[in-house]
Write a protein that binds this ligand. Structure first.
Ligand SMILES: [Zn+2]
Length: 192
């Protein structure tokens, strides 16, 4: 095999160094296609496990563990993405039109009272709108800043190598190494 190697700053050897992104990809291949799938790096890493632990650490459990340890940095969950307050207001307006129509048809006595409530509510929205929009914009800026940070640290991750002898990653800065379990905080700190 002629994969480019990098010399480990700890042991001074390149014999057991592997590219982090390739370990990750090959562990995914094994997870998806099983033990028979071609993944020479995973085979080599498996040889590094002490014999007494080799029986416990195999199969999909081992591949998943590898995949998780070597995975690239990811952003926070996107579940709480900022929503433009104007869209919320438009939605509320349509909803209140619907309710007003219902009240108009069934309880005419309360209709004008409800109209005043809706007008007051939207007046309040317009009053606070500038502040709400500013908060929305700040949230958006934070989200895109974080996206940039994650993109940058994935770029750094692509350059990393792992030494199986010393259980460290390296390759960003000459002679700098970190334990594999510190990889993600290290990458994020490097991308600030
Ligand atoms: Zn080493």
């Amino acid at each position: 095999m002629t994969v480019k190697k990098l010399t480990c700053p700890v042991c001074g050897s390149e014999e057991k160094t592997f590219k982090v992104s390739e370990i990750y990809i090959q562990s995914l291949v094994r997870l998806k296609h099983g033990d028979e799938a071609e993944a020479p790096i995973i085979d080599a890493l498996q040889q590094e496990i002490p014999v007494e632990r080799r029986d416990k650490l195999k199969g999909s459990r081992y591949y998943r563990q590898l995949m998780e340890s070597f995975a690239p940095p990811q952003g926070e969950s996107t579940a709480s993405r900022a929503i433009n307050p104007d869209w919320v207001a438009v939605g509320m307006f349509l909803l209140s039109l619907f309710f007003l129509y219902q009240i108009f048809a069934t309880q005419y006595g309360a209709f004008w009272y409800m109209v005043i409530m809706v007008v007051v509510a939207f007046g309040a929205y317009l009053f606070f709108r500038t502040r709400l929009l500013a908060r929305y914009q700040a949230q958006r800026d934070q989200e895109s800043g974080q996206r940039g940070l994650v993109e940058k640290s994935v770029g750094q991750w692509m350059k990393l190598y792992y030494c199986a002898t010393d259980n460290v990653v390296f390759g960003l800065k000459k002679d700098e190494t970190v334990p594999i379990d510190q990889m993600r905080p290290y990458l994020l700190a490097k991308s600030q």
